[in-house]
Design a protein around this ligand. Structure first.
Ligand SMILES: [Zn+2]
Ligand SMILES: [Zn+2]
Length: 393
Protein backbone atom coordinates (compact mmCIF):
# COMPACT_ATOMS: atom_id res chain seq x y z
CA UNK A 1 0.00 0.00 0.00
CA UNK A 2 1.19 3.55 -0.62
CA UNK A 3 -0.22 6.90 0.47
CA UNK A 4 -0.64 10.04 -1.56
CA UNK A 5 0.56 13.29 0.05
CA UNK A 6 -2.79 14.96 -0.57
CA UNK A 7 -4.94 12.33 1.13
CA UNK A 8 -7.43 13.44 3.78
CA UNK A 9 -6.32 13.61 7.38
CA UNK A 10 -9.17 11.41 8.61
CA UNK A 11 -7.95 8.68 6.24
CA UNK A 12 -4.69 8.45 8.19
CA UNK A 13 -6.47 7.31 11.38
CA UNK A 14 -5.64 3.65 11.99
CA UNK A 15 -3.10 3.53 9.14
CA UNK A 16 -0.77 0.52 8.99
CA UNK A 17 1.73 0.98 6.16
CA UNK A 18 4.65 -1.18 5.06
CA UNK A 19 6.53 1.76 3.57
CA UNK A 20 8.91 1.90 0.62
CA UNK A 21 11.50 3.35 3.04
CA UNK A 22 11.74 -0.14 4.54
CA UNK A 23 9.92 0.59 7.77
CA UNK A 24 6.39 -0.09 8.93
CA UNK A 25 4.46 3.04 9.94
CA UNK A 26 1.38 2.84 12.12
CA UNK A 27 -1.09 5.45 13.30
CA UNK A 28 -2.77 4.16 16.45
CA UNK A 29 -5.21 7.12 16.56
CA UNK A 30 -8.70 5.73 15.87
CA UNK A 31 -10.63 8.90 15.03
CA UNK A 32 -9.58 12.26 13.59
CA UNK A 33 -12.58 14.56 13.14
CA UNK A 34 -12.04 18.10 11.83
CA UNK A 35 -14.07 20.95 10.34
CA UNK A 36 -16.99 23.22 11.20
CA UNK A 37 -19.29 21.62 13.77
CA UNK A 38 -16.83 18.74 14.40
CA UNK A 39 -17.70 18.78 18.12
CA UNK A 40 -21.22 17.57 17.26
CA UNK A 41 -19.56 14.37 16.00
CA UNK A 42 -18.11 13.55 19.43
CA UNK A 43 -20.75 10.80 19.97
CA UNK A 44 -19.43 8.83 16.97
CA UNK A 45 -15.86 9.15 18.33
CA UNK A 46 -16.84 7.82 21.78
CA UNK A 47 -19.47 5.29 20.63
CA UNK A 48 -17.51 2.29 21.92
CA UNK A 49 -17.38 3.82 25.43
CA UNK A 50 -21.14 3.80 25.95
CA UNK A 51 -21.90 2.61 29.50
CA UNK A 52 -18.37 3.55 30.67
CA UNK A 53 -17.00 6.35 32.88
CA UNK A 54 -15.15 9.39 31.60
CA UNK A 55 -13.27 12.21 33.28
CA UNK A 56 -13.92 15.39 31.28
CA UNK A 57 -11.41 18.14 31.88
CA UNK A 58 -11.00 21.76 30.87
CA UNK A 59 -9.71 24.93 32.47
CA UNK A 60 -11.35 28.24 33.28
CA UNK A 61 -10.66 29.42 29.72
CA UNK A 62 -11.44 26.27 27.68
CA UNK A 63 -14.39 24.95 29.69
CA UNK A 64 -16.75 27.80 28.71
CA UNK A 65 -15.80 27.22 25.04
CA UNK A 66 -16.84 23.58 24.80
CA UNK A 67 -16.92 21.92 28.24
CA UNK A 68 -20.64 21.95 28.81
CA UNK A 69 -21.44 20.96 25.25
CA UNK A 70 -18.97 18.06 25.45
CA UNK A 71 -20.51 16.92 28.75
CA UNK A 72 -23.96 16.95 27.18
CA UNK A 73 -22.79 14.96 24.14
CA UNK A 74 -20.93 12.38 26.23
CA UNK A 75 -23.90 11.93 28.56
CA UNK A 76 -26.24 11.50 25.57
CA UNK A 77 -23.98 8.63 24.42
CA UNK A 78 -24.55 6.79 27.70
CA UNK A 79 -21.23 7.79 29.28
CA UNK A 80 -21.08 8.64 32.97
CA UNK A 81 -19.15 11.92 33.14
CA UNK A 82 -17.11 13.40 35.98
CA UNK A 83 -16.28 17.01 35.08
CA UNK A 84 -13.12 18.68 36.37
CA UNK A 85 -12.12 22.28 35.75
CA UNK A 86 -8.44 23.11 36.31
CA UNK A 87 -7.77 26.15 38.44
CA UNK A 88 -6.07 28.61 36.10
CA UNK A 89 -2.93 29.92 37.75
CA UNK A 90 -1.18 32.94 36.25
CA UNK A 91 1.84 30.67 35.80
CA UNK A 92 0.33 27.75 33.94
CA UNK A 93 2.71 25.14 32.54
CA UNK A 94 2.93 21.44 31.71
CA UNK A 95 4.81 20.84 34.92
CA UNK A 96 4.79 18.51 37.92
CA UNK A 97 2.08 20.65 39.57
CA UNK A 98 -0.40 20.39 36.69
CA UNK A 99 0.31 16.66 36.27
CA UNK A 100 -0.18 16.17 40.01
CA UNK A 101 -3.45 18.12 39.94
CA UNK A 102 -4.86 15.89 37.20
CA UNK A 103 -3.71 12.72 38.96
CA UNK A 104 -5.52 13.79 42.13
CA UNK A 105 -8.67 14.69 40.15
CA UNK A 106 -8.76 11.31 38.37
CA UNK A 107 -11.43 9.05 39.93
CA UNK A 108 -10.29 5.50 40.72
CA UNK A 109 -12.84 4.10 38.28
CA UNK A 110 -12.18 5.86 34.97
CA UNK A 111 -12.29 4.33 31.49
CA UNK A 112 -11.55 7.41 29.39
CA UNK A 113 -10.24 10.96 29.69
CA UNK A 114 -11.71 13.66 27.44
CA UNK A 115 -9.87 16.98 27.41
CA UNK A 116 -10.97 20.37 26.15
CA UNK A 117 -7.85 22.45 25.54
CA UNK A 118 -4.61 22.95 23.62
CA UNK A 119 -0.86 22.78 24.38
CA UNK A 120 -0.63 22.51 28.16
CA UNK A 121 -3.84 20.56 28.75
CA UNK A 122 -2.96 18.23 25.88
CA UNK A 123 0.51 17.38 27.23
CA UNK A 124 -0.73 17.03 30.82
CA UNK A 125 -3.50 14.67 29.68
CA UNK A 126 -1.16 12.53 27.56
CA UNK A 127 1.24 12.13 30.48
CA UNK A 128 -1.39 11.09 33.01
CA UNK A 129 -3.46 8.98 30.60
CA UNK A 130 -0.49 6.94 29.36
CA UNK A 131 0.95 6.43 32.84
CA UNK A 132 -2.50 5.26 34.05
CA UNK A 133 -3.10 3.08 30.97
CA UNK A 134 -6.17 5.04 29.84
CA UNK A 135 -7.34 6.09 26.37
CA UNK A 136 -7.94 9.81 25.87
CA UNK A 137 -9.63 12.14 23.43
CA UNK A 138 -8.57 15.72 22.85
CA UNK A 139 -11.03 18.40 21.79
CA UNK A 140 -8.65 21.08 20.46
CA UNK A 141 -9.42 24.72 21.25
CA UNK A 142 -6.55 26.44 19.37
CA UNK A 143 -4.41 25.71 16.28
CA UNK A 144 -1.33 26.71 18.28
CA UNK A 145 1.03 23.69 18.18
CA UNK A 146 1.51 20.28 16.59
CA UNK A 147 1.18 18.14 19.69
CA UNK A 148 -2.44 16.97 19.33
CA UNK A 149 -1.59 13.81 17.39
CA UNK A 150 1.95 13.45 18.66
CA UNK A 151 3.16 10.52 20.75
CA UNK A 152 5.50 12.60 22.94
CA UNK A 153 4.84 15.26 25.57
CA UNK A 154 6.98 18.28 26.42
CA UNK A 155 7.10 18.29 30.22
CA UNK A 156 8.76 20.76 32.56
CA UNK A 157 10.28 19.14 35.65
CA UNK A 158 12.42 21.22 38.01
CA UNK A 159 12.42 24.10 35.50
CA UNK A 160 13.94 21.88 32.78
CA UNK A 161 11.94 20.99 29.67
CA UNK A 162 12.02 17.37 28.56
CA UNK A 163 10.49 15.58 25.62
CA UNK A 164 8.98 12.34 26.97
CA UNK A 165 7.88 9.54 24.59
CA UNK A 166 4.44 8.37 25.71
CA UNK A 167 1.68 7.41 23.27
CA UNK A 168 -1.04 8.61 20.90
CA UNK A 169 -4.59 9.71 21.65
CA UNK A 170 -7.63 7.53 20.89
CA UNK A 171 -9.34 10.42 19.13
CA UNK A 172 -8.89 14.04 18.08
CA UNK A 173 -11.72 16.51 17.51
CA UNK A 174 -10.77 19.85 15.93
CA UNK A 175 -13.88 22.01 15.54
CA UNK A 176 -13.16 25.04 13.34
CA UNK A 177 -15.95 26.99 15.06
CA UNK A 178 -13.84 26.83 18.24
CA UNK A 179 -10.45 27.30 16.57
CA UNK A 180 -11.36 30.58 14.84
CA UNK A 181 -11.89 32.16 18.26
CA UNK A 182 -8.31 31.44 19.44
CA UNK A 183 -6.33 34.51 20.56
CA UNK A 184 -3.86 36.12 18.10
CA UNK A 185 -0.86 34.89 20.09
CA UNK A 186 -2.01 31.28 19.64
CA UNK A 187 -2.63 31.68 15.90
CA UNK A 188 0.83 33.19 15.55
CA UNK A 189 2.30 30.25 17.49
CA UNK A 190 0.55 27.79 15.15
CA UNK A 191 1.96 29.59 12.13
CA UNK A 192 5.44 29.44 13.72
CA UNK A 193 5.20 25.71 14.42
CA UNK A 194 4.06 25.08 10.80
CA UNK A 195 6.73 27.25 9.15
CA UNK A 196 9.41 25.53 11.23
CA UNK A 197 8.74 22.28 9.35
CA UNK A 198 10.60 23.63 6.31
CA UNK A 199 13.80 23.80 8.37
CA UNK A 200 13.04 20.43 9.96
CA UNK A 201 12.85 18.81 6.51
CA UNK A 202 16.14 20.42 5.40
CA UNK A 203 17.84 19.18 8.60
CA UNK A 204 16.36 15.69 8.19
CA UNK A 205 17.60 15.51 4.60
CA UNK A 206 21.03 16.76 5.68
CA UNK A 207 21.16 14.12 8.43
CA UNK A 208 20.18 11.40 5.92
CA UNK A 209 22.78 12.60 3.43
CA UNK A 210 25.43 12.37 6.13
CA UNK A 211 24.28 8.82 6.90
CA UNK A 212 23.21 9.82 10.39
CA UNK A 213 19.46 9.24 10.21
CA UNK A 214 16.84 7.06 8.56
CA UNK A 215 14.77 9.13 6.10
CA UNK A 216 11.24 8.54 4.85
CA UNK A 217 10.10 10.35 1.70
CA UNK A 218 6.46 9.36 2.32
CA UNK A 219 6.33 11.09 5.70
CA UNK A 220 8.41 14.07 4.50
CA UNK A 221 6.08 14.39 1.48
CA UNK A 222 2.99 14.45 3.71
CA UNK A 223 4.43 17.27 5.81
CA UNK A 224 5.71 19.21 2.81
CA UNK A 225 2.33 19.10 1.03
CA UNK A 226 0.43 20.18 4.16
CA UNK A 227 2.88 23.05 4.89
CA UNK A 228 2.68 24.23 1.28
CA UNK A 229 -1.11 24.58 1.55
CA UNK A 230 -0.69 26.49 4.80
CA UNK A 231 1.96 28.86 3.50
CA UNK A 232 -0.19 29.67 0.49
CA UNK A 233 -3.16 30.47 2.74
CA UNK A 234 -1.52 32.22 5.71
CA UNK A 235 -3.18 35.59 4.90
CA UNK A 236 -6.55 33.90 5.21
CA UNK A 237 -5.49 32.42 8.56
CA UNK A 238 -4.73 35.93 9.82
CA UNK A 239 -8.14 37.06 8.54
CA UNK A 240 -9.62 34.14 10.54
CA UNK A 241 -11.09 32.55 7.45
CA UNK A 242 -12.65 29.31 8.56
CA UNK A 243 -11.31 27.14 5.71
CA UNK A 244 -7.73 28.46 6.15
CA UNK A 245 -7.83 27.88 9.93
CA UNK A 246 -9.10 24.34 9.27
CA UNK A 247 -6.19 23.80 6.88
CA UNK A 248 -3.65 25.03 9.41
CA UNK A 249 -5.16 22.92 12.19
CA UNK A 250 -5.05 19.96 9.78
CA UNK A 251 -1.37 20.60 9.08
CA UNK A 252 -0.57 20.73 12.81
CA UNK A 253 -2.47 17.47 13.39
CA UNK A 254 -0.73 15.95 10.35
CA UNK A 255 2.65 16.86 11.86
CA UNK A 256 1.72 15.03 15.06
CA UNK A 257 0.54 12.04 13.01
CA UNK A 258 3.96 12.05 11.29
CA UNK A 259 5.62 11.84 14.72
CA UNK A 260 3.42 8.85 15.58
CA UNK A 261 4.22 7.22 12.21
CA UNK A 262 7.99 7.69 12.54
CA UNK A 263 8.17 6.97 16.25
CA UNK A 264 10.17 10.07 17.20
CA UNK A 265 9.77 13.82 16.63
CA UNK A 266 12.43 13.74 13.87
CA UNK A 267 9.94 14.63 11.07
CA UNK A 268 8.73 17.71 12.99
CA UNK A 269 11.60 19.15 14.99
CA UNK A 270 14.98 20.25 13.66
CA UNK A 271 17.42 23.05 14.49
CA UNK A 272 14.59 25.61 14.75
CA UNK A 273 13.16 23.56 17.64
CA UNK A 274 16.60 23.04 19.20
CA UNK A 275 17.11 26.82 19.32
CA UNK A 276 13.54 27.37 20.52
CA UNK A 277 14.15 24.85 23.31
CA UNK A 278 17.14 26.85 24.65
CA UNK A 279 15.08 30.07 24.65
CA UNK A 280 12.02 28.38 26.19
CA UNK A 281 14.06 26.99 29.08
CA UNK A 282 15.62 30.44 29.63
CA UNK A 283 12.11 31.95 29.76
CA UNK A 284 10.88 29.32 32.22
CA UNK A 285 13.90 29.96 34.45
CA UNK A 286 13.27 33.72 34.30
CA UNK A 287 9.80 33.00 35.68
CA UNK A 288 6.50 34.73 34.95
CA UNK A 289 4.21 34.04 32.02
CA UNK A 290 6.13 32.11 29.34
CA UNK A 291 5.59 32.96 25.65
CA UNK A 292 4.09 30.12 23.58
CA UNK A 293 6.26 27.35 22.11
CA UNK A 294 5.29 28.04 18.49
CA UNK A 295 6.38 31.67 18.73
CA UNK A 296 9.87 30.58 19.84
CA UNK A 297 9.85 28.15 16.91
CA UNK A 298 8.92 31.06 14.60
CA UNK A 299 12.09 32.95 15.55
CA UNK A 300 14.08 29.69 15.46
CA UNK A 301 12.90 29.19 11.88
CA UNK A 302 14.22 32.60 10.83
CA UNK A 303 17.55 31.93 12.61
CA UNK A 304 18.00 28.48 11.04
CA UNK A 305 17.17 29.70 7.53
CA UNK A 306 19.78 32.47 7.93
CA UNK A 307 22.26 29.83 9.08
CA UNK A 308 21.58 27.69 5.98
CA UNK A 309 21.94 30.81 3.87
CA UNK A 310 25.33 31.68 5.44
CA UNK A 311 26.84 28.18 5.29
CA UNK A 312 25.24 26.39 2.33
CA UNK A 313 27.63 27.45 -0.40
CA UNK A 314 30.79 26.65 1.58
CA UNK A 315 29.56 23.16 2.39
CA UNK A 316 27.77 22.20 -0.81
CA UNK A 317 24.18 22.03 0.34
CA UNK A 318 22.74 24.93 -1.64
CA UNK A 319 19.96 22.61 -2.87
CA UNK A 320 18.71 22.27 0.72
CA UNK A 321 18.99 26.01 1.29
CA UNK A 322 17.20 26.85 -1.94
CA UNK A 323 14.27 24.62 -1.00
CA UNK A 324 13.73 26.78 2.11
CA UNK A 325 11.52 29.87 2.08
CA UNK A 326 13.34 33.22 2.33
CA UNK A 327 14.07 34.34 5.93
CA UNK A 328 12.71 37.77 5.03
CA UNK A 329 9.39 36.29 3.93
CA UNK A 330 9.08 34.25 7.16
CA UNK A 331 9.90 37.36 9.23
CA UNK A 332 7.25 39.34 7.41
CA UNK A 333 4.61 36.66 7.96
CA UNK A 334 5.45 36.53 11.69
CA UNK A 335 5.35 40.32 11.98
CA UNK A 336 1.99 40.43 10.25
CA UNK A 337 0.77 37.71 12.62
CA UNK A 338 1.20 40.20 15.47
CA UNK A 339 4.94 40.21 16.15
CA UNK A 340 4.62 37.57 18.90
CA UNK A 341 7.73 35.80 17.58
CA UNK A 342 10.01 38.85 17.76
CA UNK A 343 13.20 38.48 19.81
CA UNK A 344 12.12 41.45 21.96
CA UNK A 345 8.73 39.96 22.79
CA UNK A 346 10.31 36.58 23.53
CA UNK A 347 12.89 38.25 25.81
CA UNK A 348 15.97 36.98 23.94
CA UNK A 349 18.94 39.30 24.28
CA UNK A 350 21.97 39.25 22.01
CA UNK A 351 24.17 37.14 24.31
CA UNK A 352 21.47 34.47 24.77
CA UNK A 353 20.74 34.40 21.04
CA UNK A 354 24.36 34.01 19.97
CA UNK A 355 25.22 31.36 22.58
CA UNK A 356 22.08 29.31 21.86
CA UNK A 357 23.52 27.83 18.63
CA UNK A 358 26.48 26.06 20.25
CA UNK A 359 24.53 25.35 23.43
CA UNK A 360 21.86 23.54 21.40
CA UNK A 361 24.43 21.64 19.32
CA UNK A 362 26.31 20.47 22.41
CA UNK A 363 23.31 19.45 24.51
CA UNK A 364 20.78 18.18 21.97
CA UNK A 365 21.63 14.81 20.38
CA UNK A 366 19.51 15.28 17.22
CA UNK A 367 21.60 15.70 14.06
CA UNK A 368 20.85 19.03 12.37
CA UNK A 369 22.77 21.82 10.65
CA UNK A 370 23.91 22.84 14.15
CA UNK A 371 25.59 19.45 14.63
CA UNK A 372 27.02 19.54 11.10
CA UNK A 373 28.71 22.93 11.63
CA UNK A 374 29.74 22.18 15.23
CA UNK A 375 31.51 18.97 14.13
CA UNK A 376 33.47 21.06 11.60
CA UNK A 377 34.44 23.59 14.28
CA UNK A 378 32.74 26.58 12.67
CA UNK A 379 29.34 26.89 14.32
CA UNK A 380 30.47 29.78 16.53
CA UNK A 381 31.57 31.81 13.51
CA UNK A 382 28.25 31.31 11.72
CA UNK A 383 26.31 32.00 14.96
CA UNK A 384 28.07 35.38 15.12
CA UNK A 385 27.12 36.11 11.51
CA UNK A 386 23.44 35.24 12.02
CA UNK A 387 23.34 37.23 15.28
CA UNK A 388 24.76 40.28 13.50
CA UNK A 389 22.08 39.96 10.79
CA UNK A 390 19.31 40.09 13.40
CA UNK A 391 20.77 42.42 16.02
CA UNK A 392 22.90 44.94 14.06
CA UNK A 393 20.00 46.61 12.34
ZN1 LIG B 1 6.76 22.43 17.90
ZN1 LIG C 1 8.54 5.36 5.39
Amino acid sequence: MSIHPTLRLSDLAGLDLQCSCGRRHQVPIRHIVTGEGALERLPEVVASFSGKRALLIGDSHTWPLAGEKAQELLTSTGIQVTPYIFSRRDHYLTDEYAIGELLVALPQQTDLIVTVGSGTMNDVTRTVAVRCGLPWIIIGTAPSMDGYASSTSAIIINDEKRSVPLGSPYGIVMDTDLLVTAPDEMLSAGIGDVLGKYVTLADWRLAAREGREHYCETIAGLIEAACGRCLAGYEHVLARDSAAIEDMAGTLVMAGVAISMFGTSRPCAGSEHQLAHVWEVAAIQRGGQSPLHGNFVGLGTVASILLYQAAAENFGFTDLQQALPEAKMISEILTRAGGWASKERLGIDRALFESSFTHAARTNPRYTILTYLEERGCLEIYAKQVTALLYDV
